[in-house]
Each structure stands twice: as structure tokens, then as C-alpha cells.
Design a protein around this ligand. Structure first.
Ligand SMILES: C[S@@+](CC[C@H](N)C(=O)[O-])C[C@H]1O[C@@H](n2cnc3c(N)ncnc32)[C@H](O)[C@@H]1O
Length: 228
């Protein structure tokens, strides 16, 4: 069975499409696969991993973006009501698709500490020490796919803002489908300790990584420091 186009929307400078097949969903951005419901193991692992980084029961999480909701669902499940979770999603269409097609199966009972806001995550990266853990999964890595403006997130100014809005021992996680030496260098220049952790491969042709950007070197627990 092939993918069937269910809905599409043009917002900002992206054309987003929602496809369905055998009860699973897939989002394409500008013709490129952005998120596939048949292969969400690494996105789910990312959410669970982030929950384990909470410095306290009151930890403040920021997640961008929502996509099909697997990362935020895993995060919320692992937190078991602790902390607060804000999800920034650029596309109002993606939020509507999640509500219509995915929420019932992925996150049927979101807790009171959980909110989705229709916003560019860049707009929330302001104010000192605002978040303890930030998850960035808005493109397929530190290169813009969904919106040209996302390039700013991965550049000097964006990484500086990311650093500034994290608490003293805060951590940012970035999902990526590739390794980027330039990104790692810029993140170090912004003041982060940087590690790049490969996820177990779901398919032989896919490589998934998580960049761990840490404000405090003391929290690096044996993860390999990347020379990338
Ligand atoms: C790769 S998907 C996220 C997949 C998600 N982790 C999951 O489990 O399904 C990227 C999402 O980020 C959104 N997005 C792109 N740029 C954004 C931005 N600047 N701020 C917030 N959301 C953004 C896209 O619309 C899309 O829904």
C-alpha cells in the first residue's frame, strides 16, 4: 500500500503534507520526509532520554517541534506528572493534524503540566535561565528544511540564545540525521560542552544522532566528547 495524501498546508515558507498508510502517518516538508510514524524509535528514545536529565521534580522542558508527537509523548510518559513541558510548534496545521489524527493514540490524556503553543521556538529562546532541558527537533538536523529562518537556530546567534535561556546546569538536545562538524564547533564556541551520541539504527540506511549540548562540564557522564 502506498502513502495517501490526507491534508496539506502552506505556512511560513513551507509546504507541509500529511500522509497516511496502514494507520500510520508521515509528514513531508517541501517534498522531503520530515517524520515517519513507521520509524519513530529514535524520537521516542529522545523524549525518554530528556526526562532522565531533569535536575529536579520542577524541571522546565521546552520541546520544538511537535511533529507526530512521539518525542513529547515519551517525555510526558517518563516524567509521570513531574515538571512542566512546553511544546513550540511553528505550524498551526501540524497542531490541528495532531489533534485530529494522532492525539488519541499517541497522547490521549496529556497531563496538566503540558502545553502546546503555536510558535517559532526561536521566539521562546529568550530570557535568562528559563528552561532546564530543551529538545530541538524541528528539521532533520542542524540545517533548515522546514523554514529558512531555522538556519538562525544553528548559527552563532541562535546557539547563544539557546545557551542564555538554559539554567546554569541546563542541557539542550538536538536530533539529527547526520553529523555536522561545523555545528559542533559553533556550539562549543557558544559555551557548550558537546557530545554526539549515535542511536541504534532502525534501518540500515538510516543514521540517527543526538547532539547533547551541556552548559556545565561536570554533568558530562562519560559521554564521548566529539571532535566534530
Ligand atoms: C521532525 S518533526 C518533529 C518530530 C517529532 N520529534 C516527533 O516525535 O514526531 C519537526 C517539527 O518541527 C516543526 N518546526 C519546524 N520549524 C520550527 C520552529 N522554528 N519552531 C517550532 N516548530 C518548528 C515542524 O513543523 C514539524 O512539526
Amino acid at each position: 500500500m502506498t502513502w495517501t495524501l490526507i491534508e496539506s498546508a502552506s505556512e511560513h515558507d513551507a509546504t507541509l503534507e500529511l500522509y497516511g498508510k496502514d494507520g500510520k502517518f508521515m509528514i513531508r516538508a517541501n517534498g522531503l520526509e520530515l517524520m515517519n510514524g513507521f520509524h519513530h524509535e529514535s524520537e521516542t528514545a529522545l523524549g525518554a532520554f530528556a526526562a532522565g536529565l531533569a535536575p529536579s521534580d520542577g524541571a522546565r522542558f521546552l520541546v520544538g517541534g511537535l511533529g507526530l508527537g512521539y518525542t513529547v509523548a515519551a517525555l510526558v510518559a517518563a516524567l509521570e506528572g513531574r515538571g512542566t513541558v512546553t511544546v513550540a510548534e511553528l505550524s498551526s496545521a501540524v497542531i490541528a493534524w495532531f489533534e485530529r489524527h494522532l492525539k488519541a493514540s499517541v497522547l490521549s490524556r496529556p497531563p496538566a503540566n503540558f502545553a502546546i503553543v503555536n510558535a517559532d521556538i526561536a521566539a521562546l529562546l529568550a530570557g535568562p535561565g528559563r528552561y532546564d532541558v530543551i529538545i530541538l527537533d524541528v528539521d532533520n538536523g542542524p540545517e533548515p528544511i522546514v523554514a529558512a529562518a531555522n538556519a538562525g537556530l544553528y548559527g552563532r546567534a541562535g546557539l547563544g540564545a539557546l545557551h542564555g535561556c538554559l539554567s546554569d546546569r541546563g542541557i539542550a538536545l538536538l536530533w539529527s540525521g547526520f553529523e555536522s562538524a561545523d555545528f559542533a564547533t559553533r556550539a562549543k564556541e557558544a559555551g557548550f560542552a558537546v557530545t554526539c551520541e549515535p542511536f541504534r539504527r532502525e534501518r540500515a540506511d538510516l543514521h540517527h544522532y543526538i547532539y547533547v549540548l551541556t552548559k556545565d562540564d561536570a554533568r558530562r557522564s562519560g559521554a564521548r566528547d566529539t571532535n566534530n
